[in-house]
Design a protein around this ligand. Sequence first.
Ligand SMILES: [Zn+2]
Length: 205
Amino acid sequence: MYNTKMQDIIRQLLAELGENPAREGLLDTPKRVEKSLRFLTSGYAADVDAVMNNALFTVDYNEMVIVKDIDFYSLCEHHLLPFFGRCHVAYIPQGRVLGLSKIPRLVEIYSRRLQIQERLTNQIAETLREKILPMGVAVVMEASHLCMSMRGVEKQNSVAVTSAMLGVFREDARTRTEFLELIRRPETGDRPVRVPLPGLACVTD
Ligand SMILES: [Zn+2]
């Protein structure tokens, strides 16, 4: 668990920032930062197949399955700063469903990596398509990016929204609309602001 190399690097980083790594408050910081970073990137070591393979069930059910308001926390790969928010997932099975608790687990595995929001959204959708072979999959993610709000790049309360629509959710506007209606918040004042972001969800410089 101890990795003196990583802790040395963090100690050097503190010195580069103009700090004294030997002062009392910072003595254990390298150890804490290492532990924290390893936890926040633990998704690399997680085995998606092992998580999902024993949770697939054959059923005669072909209505939309929705899991909404899944909290997630990730790290933006451009700044190593958090972005976090809510993820909404839907699929329409054809003969096969996934245990419901596995969907938040899947979101967590891909979130605990260095990410951009667009790729995170796609990875969740593509994995569900591969494993469940459904009629379609929809994933919407709404997130605040500290690399934008802390650095004053964007308005404090702006939220980046990304979506991946596969199969019937892409082809059939009614199915897509039904899903979007179901995840919509009733109180209109709380709607996230849709930020037009070409290419990347965070500002890269
Ligand atoms: Zn960023």
